[in-house]
Design a binder for this molecule. Structure first.
Ligand code: DX5
Ligand code: ZN
Length: 216
């Protein structure tokens, strides 16, 4: 079985030296760079926009995994594509017309993903997952880093893994929120392929060791 890939979330980085932080996690072994975009409306917190993606694009060749926690995401896909995103993921709770949204992202030459919050069931996306390059299962309520892992979302991961296998779907299964050296094993056992990690990567002094601990 392939190793768990780790996508450090720059939400937990020092924003005053973001370029250096991105270079540092790249060197320390990050597989992707996770970019949490929040609008203060879909979620209570506010972070940054496409300009951040454009600027950090010069600091790494690793895939930029953009997680849009914003209302009306379709309005902004082109900005993130132009800025250099490799994956653009929107929330089904913010954009019910998933088919068109996924096609929009594809048409921009970017890989497309759908995210579901902890209370959202797989049934709401099951009809469209065959169009996805990535499906992101939130294991905390979106909005803030450093929250505790919600283990009750794992059956959704198991279902995605089963559907993927049965139908030969190509999407990557990603989990986001509360991942650390303990919870990552539960995620792995359920079928997660990419884990986002904020605190678990940025809090320890030795970033390379922290990332390699999670690459189980
Ligand atoms: C939450 C974000 C997550 C979060 C992960 O809204 O999407 O990416 O920052 O941070 P940790 O790993 O600290 O829970
Ligand atoms: Zn995220």
């Amino acid at each position: 079985m392939a190793k768990m890939q780790i996508a450090p979330s720059i939400l937990s980085a020092d924003f005053s030296i973001m370029g250096e932080e991105v270079k540092r996690i790249d060197k320390a072994g990050a597989d992707l760079i996770h970019v949490d975009v929040m609008d203060g409306i879909f979620v209570p917190n506010l972070t940054f926009g496409a300009k951040m993606v454009k600027d950090i694009r010069h600091c790494t060749n690793k895939p930029l995994d953009v997680h849009l926690m914003i209302m009306n995401p379709r309005k902004y896909f082109a900005d993130y594509a132009k800025a250099g995103a490799d994956y653009i993921t929107f929330h089904i709770e913010a954009e019910p017309n998933a088919v068109d949204a996924l096609k929009d992202i594809k048409a921009l030459g970017v890989k497309c993903g759908i995210a579901i919050s902890p209370d959202t069931e797989i049934a709401t996306i099951e009809e469209v997952i065959h169009l996805c390059d990535l499906v992101l299962v939130m294991s905390v309520y979106p909005g803030f880093g450093g929250q505790s892992f919600i283990g009750s979302v794992l059956p959704k991961v198991e279902r995605l893994a089963r559907l993927k296998k049965e139908n030969n779907y190509k999407y990557i299964i990603e989990i986001d929120g509360g991942i650390n050296s303990e919870t990552v094993h539960k995620a792995k056992a359920a079928g997660v392929e990419v884990s986002v990690a904020g605190n678990a990567v940025f809090a320890p002094k030795d970033t390379a060791a922290a990332i390699s601990d999670l690459q189980v």
